[in-house]
Design a protein around this ligand. Structure first.
Ligand code: MG
Length: 269
């Protein structure tokens, strides 16, 4: 199937969805504290969706029962919110998607509760920076796996981390998951050439151990096979009609982070 190309009007709807996602993740990060449960955080997301008249990308997706994925410690992605109380030192990853005017936005953040192990903080910092390096590599005219290579190269330059193999980024737009699948590893220079109007969700997932994972009995939660802690960051970005990148799920469109990498962002969205 071809990669869906969006015009400026459609991208503006995706920006609305992206801003709901950005705001919701920000509120969740500010609210999350010891003694709260991930089900409490799910409720915050439900309320923020309602406030904006937005719909959830996740609820009911292949039967997923919540509007956020909440993955704690050795859970890397796709955790189902539950009543277990968060405690100091937990590494929490929240993934969230919203639909506005039938267009999707998808993003994820990881952060610590209370005092976190510096090695866990570094895990999260490396994961986040690899996301920005991946986006910066995905400019107009680049090949798809230039993104994959940029992510892997950066992660490997920072220490010994496991990059998940079975999960990756994806095209996004009128549906949450579209072609192409985007690996977080592998050589550069392969796959389709990136063009104006493509929208991609880039999402590195790494652990402090190796890359092997297993899925728990709930059929969703992906945990590190060696029980090491994991991190996950994600943004939805596009190549705007002016040929410049714009991060639809970042409040500032990615201007600050991409600016540090020498990448100019679009003013069209
Ligand atoms: Mg995603």
């Amino acid at each position: 199937m071809a990669i869906e190309i969006k015009d400026l009007t459609q991208l503006k709807s995706m920006r609305k969805a992206g801003l709901v996602v950005a705001e919701t993740l920000k509120i969740i990060k500010e609210s999350a504290s010891q003694g709260m449960s991930t089900l409490d955080l799910n409720q915050i997301a439900i309320e923020n969706l309602a406030k904006h008249g937005a719909k959830s990308s996740f609820l009911g997706y292949h039967g997923f029962p919540a509007v956020i994925c909440a993955s704690v410690n050795e859970e890397v992605v796709h955790g189902i919110p539950n009543k277990r109380k968060l405690t100091s030192g937990d590494v929490l990853s929240i993934d969230f998607g919203a639909i506005v005017e039938n267009w999707h936005g998808d993003a994820a953040i990881s952060f610590g509760i209370g005092e976190v192990d510096p090695a866990d903080q570094k895990l999260m910092d490396v994961c986040e920076e690899s996301l920005w390096r991946g986006i910066a590599a995905g400019q107009k005219g680049a090949k798809l796996t230039d993104i994959s290579f940029a992510i892997e190269s950066y992660v490997n330059s920072q220490g010994k981390y496991g990059i998940l193999r079975e999960y990756g980024g994806h095209g996004i737009g009128s549906a949450m998951h579209q072609e192409p699948h985007i690996l977080n590893f592998g050589p550069a220079g392969n796959g389709p050439k990136l063009t104006i109007g493509m929208a991609l969700a880039i999402e590195p997932m790494i652990t402090r151990g190796n890359e092997k994972t297993k899925v728990l009995g709930d059929d969703w939660t992906v945990v590190a096979h060696d029980s090491s802690n994991g991190a996950h960051f994600e943004h939805t970005y596009t190549i705007a009609p002016d040929g410049k990148i714009f991060v639809l799920t970042a409040e500032d469109g990615g201007k600050q982070k991409l600016g540090l990498l020498g990448v100019e962002t679009s003013d069209l969205l």
